[in-house]
Design a protein around this ligand. Structure first.
Ligand SMILES: [Zn+2]
Length: 143
């Protein structure tokens, strides 16, 4: 009986689905470098995300993400439209620009350019809107 349970648990583990993550593209996440390697000056990064639907027909979704030097340097966030096809938000360039200039903050808004759902691919863009605000802390050596 116990042997059976053990076996069962062992088999179950590899099935943990990548869906649980908040970012899209799990493979890319796994191969992404650490923040310490890509942005050696950053000691902490906090990103505040608000995603709203194009017609304000859904409650805005709030999300705070926090990154340390050991976090993966991967900043593509999943669109909150559950039916969205090929959407998502990539903040990598914003972060690069901010760190290049040594800024402590960056913010902006972006529209999702995926498709609203599978039946209107090629016709209707998703256009969920992301508003973001980020704060960057740099290590002392960098300052
Ligand atoms: Zn979308």
């Amino acid at each position: 009986m116990f042997e059976f349970l053990k076996k069962f648990r062992k088999q179950e583990q590899p099935q943990q689905l990548p869906e649980a993550t908040e970012v899209s593209g799990l493979t890319e996440l796994e191969v992404a470098k650490k923040i310490a390697d890509v942005f050696p000056g950053i000691s902490h990064l906090a990103i505040n995300l608000t995603i709203t639907g194009p017609d304000n027909d859904v409650e805005p979704s709030l999300n705070n993400r926090s990154f340390g030097p050991q976090s993966r340097a991967y900043f593509v966030f999943r669109c909150k439209n559950a039916d969205c096809v090929d959407g998502g938000f990539d903040l990598q360039d914003d972060l690069l620009a901010a760190t290049d200039e040594g800024r402590n903050e960056f913010s902006g808004r972006r529209l999702c350019h995926g498709w609203r759902n599978a039946s209107v691919v090629g016709q209707q863009k998703c256009y969920y809107e992301l508003n973001f605000r980020a704060h960057i802390s740099y290590s002392v050596e960098h300052a």
